[in-house]
Write a protein that binds this ligand. Structure first.
Ligand code: NAP
Length: 327
């Protein structure tokens, strides 16, 4: 029987592990068989994580977090949680590798995944010109013309990164105004290899064995035009990885796990902010956060979740001691 099992290993999961380990709980982190480290593993320079004035590579940052957690006694398991049973005092977690974990408390830190455009041709040409990870696949498009879809920070970051390889990058955005932060937008707009296709969506992706072009739809006029490109990088946001908890934890309409959050002004302090609808289950990071979705905010809620677990387990131990004393 474990005291704490943490499912997920992005900044939220590892920070929760550091805090829970330092509190003496020897947490087990179910880190994912192929997704350990979360989305930052697919990033290049992280320039806004405090403590790294010259930036740090995403994979290196995650490796350091894992090392910090294990140094204090966390056990990192490279396996996928495939089912959970969270009701009652003993939580059960089963993994793809056939392991079963029983725990007094669980922290859900499963993050979020890339959104897809929803085209049949996108699925068909996935890995054959359609990509969701510039860092992983940019290298394959040396000297080629490519497209980045989206108008947020991710799209701007990917567009600028891809100019290292591509001969030209066209950012396809469905509106006439970017959602990206000013600094990221300015960096992309000032780049000589980046062009913008405003008010545009992708109607179709062409190609048999590999992407050979796209049809763009002008959302105002309805006009269509084709672009000869060899790569399409989709960067249109994320969806929370909460399927594992469906039916067991309260979620909002988009699948983000609902947590208690900070107390209202008239509520007494001391509420467990990261508590979910199920006692003993806490959630943190991108699986609860539709707003900020930063490594540092995920790490922050990871710390909160571990402190909440500590509070919960101490209350549980106190209740057990009282019950034993009154028998
Ligand atoms: P986002 O901010 O939600 O932006 C998604 C973009 O994709 C929006 O421009 C949206 O258009 C567009 N979009 C969504 N669905 C679409 C669809 N079906 N078809 C076409 N376009 C679609 O997502 P994000 O860029 O991944 O950023 C997420 C969070 O991470 C943000 O808080 C961001 O600041 C942060 N981030 C930070 C950095 C950094 O600081 N280095 C890097 C990456 C991400 P509309 O604008 O019309 O809605």
């Amino acid at each position: 029987m474990e005291q704490v099992v943490i499912i997920g290993s992005g900044p939220a999961g590892y920070t929760a592990a550091i805090y829970a380990a330092r509190a003496g709980y020897e947490p087990t982190v179910i880190a994912g068989a192929v997704t350990a480290g979360g989305n930052l593993v697919n990033t290049t320079d992280v320039e806004n994580f405090p403590g790294f004035p010259d930036g740090v590579l995403g994979p290196e940052l995650m490796e350091r977090m894992a090392q910090q957690a294990t140094r204090f006694g966390a056990k990192v398991v490279y396996d996928d949680a495939v089912s959970v049973s969270l009701g009652g005092p003993v939580k059960l977690i089963k993994t793809l590798g056939g392991q079963e974990y029983r725990a007094a408390a669980v922290i859900a830190a499963t993050g979020a995944s890339y959104k897809e455009l929803g085209l049949e041709s996108e699925k068909r040409l996935g890995g054959r010109g359609v990509s969701y990870c510039a860092t992983c696949d940019g290298f394959f498009f040396r000297g080629k013309e490519i497209i980045v879809v989206g108008g947020g920070d991710s799209a701007m970051e990917e567009a600028v990164f891809l100019t290292k390889f591509a001969s030209k990058v066209t950012v396809v955005h469905r509106r006439g105004e970017l959602r990206a932060s000013q600094i990221m937008a300015e960096r992309a707009m000032a780049h000589p290899l980046i062009e913008f296709a405003w008010h545009s969506t992708i109607a179709e992706i062409h190609g048999d064995a590999a992407v050979s072009g796209v049809t763009l739809l002008d959302t105002r006029s309805g006009d269509q035009r084709t672009l000869d490109v060899h790569g399409i990088f989709v960067a249109i946001g994320q969806t929370p990885n909460s399927e594992l908890f469906r039916g067991q934890l309260a979620m909002d309409r988009d699948g983000y796990i609902i947590v208690h959050g900070p107390p209202a002004p008239d509520e007494s302090a001391g509420a467990q902010h990261q508590a979910t609808s199920e006692p003993g289950v806490f959630a943190c990071g991108d699986v609860v956060d539709r707003t900020y979705r930063q490594a540092i905010t995920a790490a922050g809620t990871g710390a909160q979740a571990a402190l909440d677990v500590q509070d919960y387990l101490e209350e549980l131990a106190a209740d057990t001691a009282i019950a034993a004393a009154t028998v």
